[in-house]
Design a protein around this ligand. Sequence first.
Ligand code: ZN
Length: 224
Amino acid sequence: MDRWKDTMFLLDAAGALVAPERCAACDARVPFRTVFCSACAATLTSTSTEHRDGPQALHPLASLHAPFLYGGAISAAVTRFKYEGRSELARPLAHLLLRAGPQLTSLAIDCVVPVPLHPTRLVERGFNQAALLGRLLARRLGAAFEPRALTRIKATEAQATLSREGRLRNVRGAFEARQADWLANRRVLLVDDVATTGATLAEAAIAVHAAKAHIVHAVVLARA
Ligand SMILES: [Zn+2]
């Protein structure tokens, strides 16, 4: 296991030496380990963790973490990552997820579960953007990565085209846990690229709770 981790580290380091660093939103050259150029970085709006306390206590998510509000360079980067086949952006974008706050490391997460795509959508796109982010994030958090823990049992319309009510209806009952014992009594972190109404994450969290998880948190790159 350690040898595997060492190998991955060396591959990471070698990749950084070979490929020049580029801005995730516009491809301008940037300094080592910098995700956005200064012009793009100026368009970002940082946000703080959204805790779901008090009257929201019954919400299936204990907390939602997002480093940015949706818009500007983060929307451009997500669009390139998701719809323009730029899967190599997973690495810098996963790094941004960790910026969602020191809280993320203090949650003592046992396993990271990406929000799954419906199999049809996965074939169309060729990769699940949430799984690429989740795999890197799990490694950095020292948590297990469980990309097969949840399955999408309902082919939903693209959320972006729907009203708020439409979105809630659209994803209801969309997810199912494959094997309860993968999630039982575990502290789970759901990962997705963006959250607008939060309806998709809430539905995924309901499925994780149905598998008897101890607690469910979520992290996204940007929220509305
Ligand atoms: Zn840029």
